[in-house]
Design a protein around this ligand. Structure first.
Ligand code: SF4
Length: 331
């Protein structure tokens, strides 16, 4: 029986190529795909396009949801953050440690990634690749097939589990070598390369930073909702989210039981989801926010309230909040 390896599968072309290159050598590959906390708790990765592409290429997948343990790393990454709120180096180490655990439980011999030397700043520099390999506990068990010829032979290659001579030596930011490889391997469908996850998005990064600064015990729902609606901070202890459309309103409503206050206008208007300490003055402010983004009318200006999912006394909205006030609160 041939060797078995674990593939860190991102859904992009590089990891797909890494897997296929090894499979062409008769290595059995099992993919591990990480679901970041920006995904909805009810997201079904097995139905998503990257999973279908993996299946079409003969790569069975295991899904790993990044939960509390991952968030602890995000709160305090030993290697710090990248340009935004992205803890890339520690995130990679985390992924590789988990892949190493899967390697042990699946009886595999190594972990492969689609990393390319010099493709990303910092985390894909040669010395950093080596550092990440050691920190993740995968010394000599970590293979980067796309850049194999440029890196020192790993134990996997020395033991003859993988034929190094049949692997390429791709480097840099260009995509042409990968596209050519995809063409020769008959890979027509793949996801376009992502420039990074939502931690690298300027707006989301600001919201992550706000959570880190104000809500030390934030949870997975807080993380997921960072990409839903408009976000505002009304004070040290109070943050609120305003739905921008029907879909977002429905999404916010799903998490009513964890909202310290939820506003549900009777009129056409946004759901407002608040987390923190909500005093009477805050309720008036939030109602004025609902009025600003909604269309209350005389006789149709009531807002239902839920506290942690339980109905509370409704309020009547007053004048809409001033845009300048909103601007100053926006995260
Ligand atoms: S871009 Fe996002 S998923 Fe990728 S290593 Fe950085 S933090 Fe992790």
């Amino acid at each position: 029986m041939g060797a078995r390896g674990i593939l860190l599968y991102s859904g992009g072309l590089d990891s797909l190529l890494a897997g296929r290159l090894l499979m062409e050598q008769g290595v059995e590959m099992i993919g591990i795909m990480f679901i970041l906390p920006f995904r909805a708790p009810d997201f079904r990765p097995e139905e998503d396009r990257p999973a279908r592409i993996a299946r079409d290429n003969g790569i069975p997948l295991r899904f790993f949801r990044c939960g509390r343990e991952y968030m602890e790393m995000v709160k305090n990454p030993p290697h710090g953050y990248g340009k935004r709120s992205n803890p890339c180096i520690d995130c990679k180490i985390y992924f590789l440690r988990k892949a190493g655990e899967l390697m042990a439980s699946e009886g595999a011999s190594f972990v492969a990634t689609g990393e390319v030397v010099g493709q990303r700043p910092m985390s894909q520099m040669k010395h950093m690749l080596r550092h990440i390999e050691i920190e993740s506990g995968l010394k000599d068990r970590l293979l980067r097939p796309l850049s194999a010829q440029l890196l020192l032979p790993t134990g996997v290659e020395r033991e003859g589990l993988v034929d190094r001579e049949r692997l390429p030596g791709i480097s840099g930011r260009g995509r042409s070598a990968q596209m050519e490889l995809a063409r020769t391997m008959g890979i027509a469908e793949y996801a376009s390369p992502a420039g990074g996850c939502l931690f690298t998005d300027p707006q989301i990064a600001r919201r992550v930073r706000d959570l880190l600064d104000h809500v030390p015990d934030f949870d997975m729902v807080d993380m997921y909702l960072l990409s839903v609606g408009r976000h505002f901070r009304a004070g040290e202890g109070l943050k609120f989210i305003v739905g921008r459309n029907e879909t977002e309103n429905a999404e916010l409503e799903k998490y009513a039981s964890v909202a310290d206050l939820m506003l549900l206008p009777d009129f056409k208007g946004p759901v407002v989801f608040a987390r923190g300490v909500v005093g009477d003055g805050d309720v008036r402010l939030l109602a004025a926010v609902a009025a600003r983004y909604g269309r209350p009318a005389e006789g149709n200006d009531r807002i239902a309230l839920l506290r942690r999912g339980s109905p509370a006394d409704a309020v009547i909205t007053g004048a809409p909040v001033d845009d300048e006030v909103l601007r100053q609160m926006m995260i």
